[in-house]
Design a protein around this ligand. Structure first.
Ligand code: AHM
Ligand code: MG
Length: 303
């Protein structure tokens, strides 16, 4: 069976990129083991003002240490770090963006959470998602699954504990046109365009699926299609989720699988980031549904 390293070699990835993806991917069992002893919340907040869980802090510190020691990354931006981390001793120019543990409010409920990573060839972390060289995420469900794109479609792998490698699960994954949706935010804070979008779903027989873990909610798009959204609101017109750490890597992967990502008006992957912790409204999923959402947004803005 095909393993992750062989797949990346088949794609023509350079040895350093393969080494970087593998060194991060191999930390997932270490992170999984750390859940048992890190079940509660810290008293600290992350740069977005959210209460950190012990695991947010643990996974962040662990990954930064391993990535720094690898000598394979020049610059790193993490959802849990206020500033960009620079590694002067790097022998490559790769730049990494990461959410060390997405969905961490669900750790105490034992629902699926994961790690999100994007890799740029060089040029710093403040680049549009369309410039990503590679992106992957892992999901801690019944299996530890890794979904990766190096710009040649989307594949998923599962960690084989006994043989200590990632085995191919699905190849050439595509996002079907599904009829399910999930949306974050408070209903009383939704903007008129978003209300119209949700009305459209309800009138057209869509089912609700929303776990509160972006990475898990996006993962199901690869099987069932549909969309995940976290809209802009009256209070936060730019939404909640982060452009660098969440929207771009997942947007890159879903786009590679034939889906799309939008903020309602434009392809999120085209946005040039102005700051590290910038947020954006998000609609991500099946291509046809995203087109419909953009249509609803553009007709709403006429009035
Ligand atoms: P996190 O990275 O700290 O987990 O925050 C992002 C999370 C997403 O995973 C999830 O979709 C969203 O925030 C849930 O927000 P809410 O609890 O407001 O529904
Ligand atoms: Mg997150």
């Amino acid at each position: 069976m095909l393993i992750l390293r062989k797949y990346l070699e088949t794609c023509g990835c350079e040895p350093d990129l393969i080494a970087l993806i593998r060194v991060i991917a191999r930390q997932m069992e270490t992170i999984r083991k750390a859940f048992l002893e890190n079940q509660t919340f810290e008293k600290t907040q992350n740069p977005s003002g959210e209460l950190q869980t012990q695991m947010d802090v643990w996974a962040d510190e662990h990954l930064i240490k391993v990535i720094g020691e690898s000598g394979l990354v020049r610059e790193l931006a993490s959802e849990e770090q206020a500033d960009i981390v620079r590694f002067e001793n790097s022998r490559t120019e790769y730049c990494v963006v990461m959410d060390p543990l997405d969905g961490s409010s669900l750790i105490s409920t034992n629902l699926a959470v994961g790690t999100i990573v994007g890799i740029y060839d060089s040029g710093g972390v403040l680049q549009p998602g369309s410039k990503l060289r590679a992106a992957f995420y892992t999901l801690f469900g019944p299996l530890t699954v890794l979904v990766v794109s190096v710009g040649k479609g989307v594949q998923s792998f599962a960690w084989d504990q006994e043989n200590e490698h990632y085995l191919l699960l699905r190849t050439g994954i595509t996002v079907p046109e599904g009829k399910q949706y999930g949306t974050g935010g408070l209903r009383k804070e939704w903007l008129p365009e978003h209300i119209k979008v949700i009305d459209y779903f309800d009138e057209n027989g869509f089912k609700i699926r929303y776990s509160g873990s972006f990475v898990a909610d996006c993962h199901q798009l690869l099987t069932y299609g549909g969309i995940y959204s976290y809209p802009g609101s009256k209070k936060n017109p730019d939404g909640k989720l982060r452009l660098l750490f969440e929207a771009n890597p997942l947007g890159f992967i879903i786009t590679q699988a034939g889906g799309r990502i939008t903020d309602g008006k434009r392809n999120i992957l085209d946005i040039v980031p102005e700051k590290q912790h910038q947020t954006t409204p998000i609609y991500i999923g099946s291509k046809g549904i995203i087109e419909k959402i953009e249509e609803i947004f553009s007709s709403s803005s006429i009035f």
